[in-house]
Ligand binder design. Structure first.
Ligand code: ADP
Length: 341
């Protein structure tokens, strides 16, 4: 590792946290060693007789006190202290080595979820900015072309305003979607007992205009099952699925809405006869901004790849799940799995 890389590591959050952990480990290890050394050293010194023993016992007994009779013991005690000190130093080096590895591992573990969130956030911001640029550039270009014209007829001006209006609508749809994805619901959505029939009827009413415009018929045969969900969120999810079903289906096709219950769960499905989703795209369609190549194809289906990620988020909040099966050029079935009440 070069000095530059090392410096960068210690300046990073992970490096600083690892260093904090290591400092704590080393402080404890050195503190323990110092206390241990002084306590042991004191105990070792106790092996020597006290000074009074020389005057009161040895001298009257006729010992020659010019030569210390316990010098060998004194040397052994000193030797014991040196060995103890050396071992404690080695132990602390070992603690430093193991502590560094442990600190690095702990810092990595502690910061991994945070780093993932930051990474996802910055990816989100960069994707969002990228998507916002397209309609804004379109508005800018239309305006610049119009400004360069020496004369602008009323019809032309109206056409420009219409174009800009369409792009503004796109921007609005995009920012609404972004807002729905970005806002973290402060309080959890209220879970209530919801009638599948009622919520599906409400969602179908919302998309009826779009379905009629594309001559797509909606066949709703959802039975009345009571589920535990947030009525508003569930209706939004069904609207997103129905919107997609209409968007990715040919004219005069049929969208079928069905429902059944099994054990603790209720299942609501939205089945279309549309373009289908390639198997390779299926694992990704719930990611933000993900659009299958087919949806960007010459047909140019409008969208930003936000609908399903919003639906997925709403379903998770309602402790539900979205399942999907699809066959290319035959159609897709999105199934909501909900807890029965
Ligand atoms: P958008 O439809 O705006 O692109 P979504 O998040 O709603 O974004 O969907 C993500 C992608 O999943 C779409 O781009 C499309 O490729 C695919 N998809 C979703 N629903 C369907 C469907 N009913 N039929 C075919 N493809 C679909």
């Amino acid at each position: 590792m070069s000095p530059g890389t090392t410096m960068r590591f210690f300046r990073s959050a992970r490096g600083r946290l690892a260093l904090t952990y290591l400092s704590i480990i080393m402080l404890m290890s050195i503190g323990f060693s110092v206390v241990f050394y002084y306590t042991s050293s004191e105990q070792l010194s106790r092996q020597l007789p006290p000074q009074s023993f020389y005057a009161e016992v040895l001298k009257p007994a006729g010992f020659n006190l010019d030569v210390d009779p316990f010098s060998f013991l004194r040397e052994r005690i000193q030797e014991g202290r040196s060995v103890l000190l050396l071992r404690l130093i080695l132990l602390n080096f070992f603690a430093l080595f193991v502590g560094s590895l442990l600190s690095y591992y702990l810092a990595r573990r502690a910061l991994a979820p945070l780093e993932e969130v930051i990474e996802a956030q910055s990816q989100f911001v960069s994707d969002a900015s990228h998507e916002l640029r397209t309609p804004m550039t379109a508005i800018q270009t239309t305006n610049e072309v119009a400004l360069r014209k020496p004369k602008l007829s009323l019809a032309e001006a109206k056409q420009i305003i219409k174009h800009n209006g369409e792009d503004i609508m796109k921007l609005k749809a995009l920012s609404d979607g972004l807002l729905r994805l970005a806002t973290k619901t402060v309080s959890k959505p209220i879970m209530e007992t919801v009638s599948t029939q009622e919520v599906v009827t409400e969602a179908v009413n919302q998309i009826m205009q779009a379905a009629l415009a594309k001559k797509v018929s909606v066949n709703d045969q959802v039975p009345d099952i009571k589920v535990s969900a947030n009525a508003g969120s569930l209706a939004q999810v069904i609207v997103i699925l129905l919107d997609n079903a209409i968007k990715y289906s040919p004219a005069k096709s049929t969208i079928s809405l069905r429902g059944h219950s099994k054990g603790k769960f209720a299942y609501l499905s939205v089945k279309d006869q549309g373009i289908g989703i390639p198997a390779k795209d299926l694992p990704h369609i719930f990611k933000r901004f993900y659009r299958s190549d087919r949806s960007r194809s010459k047909e140019n289906y409008e969208g930003y790849g936000l609908g399903l990620s919003i639906a997925d988020k709403l379903m998770r909040q309602s402790r539900g799940e979205i399942l999907v099966t699809s066959q290319l050029n035959k159609g897709s079935t999105f199934t909501l799995k909900l807890l029965r009440k």
